[in-house]
Ligand binder design. Structure first.
Ligand code: SF4
Ligand code: SF4
Length: 309
């Protein structure tokens, strides 16, 4: 099962919530698909388990065998290839590695080469496995890297995908194929506008979805109205509370957030046990089945008072 955490807008708390869900208990894989600025590891502080280069296919040319017919350049939808009298000119950053040029060449003058576009790193903490993608500076698309990341977790029991912000190709690649999508938003006009854009993408992909309102407060009506109109449930709210920001700034925010109202501090990795479990937010609990969604104290408070779920 894959749960994608996304939002149209940056800075709405995707990583915080992705980590919060991950720390409710594994085994699971957390995929940091925000490949232009991955930061799950900053908060998770997992043990490095190795890294490998992420590569895409790029064509290489046997100029001696080339008849200069130009079919390959015409087949390229991305204008990554030019054929001149003296040979080929490839713009590697524009090449999507689709292989169309190789397919149309009748002279066998195009072979497959490789180009490095970034790095995939693995980290572990307890029974949480983190897969992080980091795109090289200057690359125009993170889509191939995100797809490679997700393929590595395809057989996992549970994977949580921290998606990139916005509604661009990177976001679509991160969310596509998820079994459920959590959309983070904030109760501002900006947040509402971007939530609508993200909802449109997720609806087009046919993925079941729910909304989490971060910095929840007086303006929640803005978001509730959209959710009502589009038939999307509000699963949880994270209050606009300075204590949460302080905990986040101290880095082990998730650990701090997992403290329960009684003051008990559960195990940082597998938080929530015994009587504490009765307070867990039901809407989010249903996402992770029998797993233990300890989640945030703040959410618990809301959940118990009936305002959160
Ligand atoms: S299609 Fe093949 S033969 Fe024609 S220009 Fe391209 S590489 Fe050369
Ligand atoms: S592999 Fe695809 S994108 Fe790259 S040059 Fe060939 S046709 Fe163009």
């Amino acid at each position: 099962m894959q749960i994608a955490i996304t939002s149209g807008k940056g800075g709405t708390g995707k990583t915080t919530v992705a980590l919060g869900l991950a720390l409710t208990g594994g085994p699971l894989t957390l995929i940091d698909a925000d490949v232009e600025e991955p930061n799950c590891q900053v908060l998770l502080a997992g043990e490095p388990m190795g890294k490998e280069p992420a590569k895409v296919m790029v064509p290489t040319f046997a100029e001696d065998a080339c008849a200069r017919c130009g079919h390959c350049a015409r087949a390229c939808r991305f204008n990554a290839l030019v054929v001149g009298n003296r040979g080929h000119l490839l713009f590697p950053e524009l090449c999507h590695g689709c292989g169309a040029c190789q397919l149309v060449c009748k002279h066998g003058a195009i072979r497959e080469g490789e180009r490095e576009i970034g790095v995939i790193s693995r980290f572990a903490r307890g029974d949480i496995r983190l897969l992080e993608g980091r795109l090289n500076v200057g690359e125009t698309s993170g889509v191939p890297l995100i797809r490679q990341l997700k393929r590595k977790a395809v057989k996992e029991d549970l994977a949580i995908v921290d998606s990139p912000p916005g509604t661009s190709c990177n976001m679509v690649a991160a969310v596509a194929g998820a079994n459920y999508c959590l959309l983070l938003t904030e109760p501002t006009l900006f947040g509402r506008h971007d939530l609508e854009a993200a909802l449109t993408v997720v609806e087009a992909l046919g993925i079941p979805k729910g909304v989490v309102i971060n910095r929840s407060g007086d303006g929640d009506g803005l978001i509730e109205e959209i959710c009502r109109q589009r038939g999307v449930p509000v699963l949880a709210r994270i209050p606009h509370d300075g204590k949460l920001a302080e905990a986040y700034a101290e880095k082990p925010s998730v650990r701090a957030g997992c403290r329960y109202p009684g003051g008990a501090e559960p195990d940082p990795v597998r938080c929530g046990s015994g009587d504490q479990r009765q307070h867990r937010p039901q809407g989010l609990q249903s996402l992770v089945g029998q797993r233990d969604p300890g989640l945030y104290r703040f959410w618990d408070d809301r959940g118990r008072s009936g305002g959160g779920i």
